[in-house]
Design a protein around this ligand. Structure first.
Ligand code: HSE
Length: 291
């Protein structure tokens, strides 16, 4: 059995902890033969456990404690700690592994609720499970662990990822966020998000991109971690991009680009930082797949 999980980008600017898209970079899992103990075969570095302490296995065993151990091959082109949902992809892999090996018959909603409880917010795990563009909310305060979500088609465009050669942990990037907003600040920030979502649904990328750049919830507080954000934004405007936003907690920045502008934009972006990886991505429409 093989499982494929897409990378994701959370927030899209003002959709903080709520909106996300699935991207054409993947974590691949292949379940090999049964074994005495769990063994994960990978070359993702020494920080990723190769035994039952791997996040994929702890997630799977929390759902199905009696799962028989297997050898599992893990390959990934989702860069770690870059704001592209690498940990969410592993959590979703663990849920799907338990679902298939343990015959749990989980619904999509159940998978999202389990994954959100582990991750704390649904904006990466929901698109990793559903694919495409997902808007979700998590009622954690009521302790019900319920998630409401909507999947919708994201308009066709190129997505350029500017991936700095530095890691940024989500915990560190969340620590700089304010503890509170005034009522009027919250109303403004949520109105911007509402228009962004409506514009995406209408296929109006110029307006969606404009709203993505008007985020009030998080990007301004995180800017110090991403010194190139302002220059990327300016470059995008100069070169005709729809808009750009910090991918999740950063440090990756995504730029939505009309196809005919992409090649030139990618060249100019590379000149900003020769150590950064610049990739041309598209939307993954399917989410997690097992075959
Ligand atoms: N919404 C989250 C954040 C995504 O921006 O902190 C990263 O987990």
């Amino acid at each position: 059995m093989k499982i494929r999980i897409p990378a994701t980008s959370a927030n899209l600017g003002p959709g903080f902890d709520s909106c996300g898209i699935a991207l054409s970079l993947y974590l691949f899992i292949e379940v090999l033969e049964p074994s005495d103990q769990w063994e994960i075969i990978h070359d993702l570095g020494n920080d990723i456990p190769s035994d039952a302490t791997n996040l994929m296995i702890t997630t799977a065993l929390a759902l199905a404690p009696d799962l028989a151990p297997h050898k599992i091959k893990m390959e990934s082109d989702v860069p770690l700690a870059r704001g592209l949902g690498s940990s969410s992809s592993v959590i979703v892999a663990g849920i799907e592994l338990a679902n298939r090996l343990g015959n749990l018959n989980l619904s999509q909603k159940e998978k999202i609720e389990i994954a959100t409880k582990i991750e704390g917010h649904p904006d990466n795990v929901a698109p990793a499970i559903c694919g495409d563009f997902v808007v979700a909310c998590y009622f954690s305060e009521k302790k019900t662990d319920k998630v409401s979500y909507v999947k919708h088609y994201f308009p066709e465009c190129d997505i350029i990822a500017f991936i700095p050669n530095t890691e940024l942990l989500t915990t560190e990037s969340r620590e700089v966020l304010p503890q509170s907003f005034t009522y009027s600040q919250a109303v403004e920030a949520s109105a911007i998000a509402n228009v962004m979502i409506a514009a995406v649904i209408n296929g109006n990328l110029p307006l969606a991109g404009k709203m993505m750049e008007e985020d009030r919830w998080h990007e301004r507080y995180r800017q110090k971690f991403i010194p190139h954000l302002a220059s990327i934004r300016q470059l995008g405007k100069d070169e005709g991009a729809y808009g750009c936003f910090l991918s999740g907690a950063g440090p990756t920045v995504l730029i939505l680009s009309p196809e005919d502008k992409t090649t030139r934009l990618m060249k100019t972006l590379q000149a900003l930082d020769k150590n950064a990886t610049i990739e041309r991505l598209s939307i993954d429409r399917e989410g997690v797949q097992a075959f």
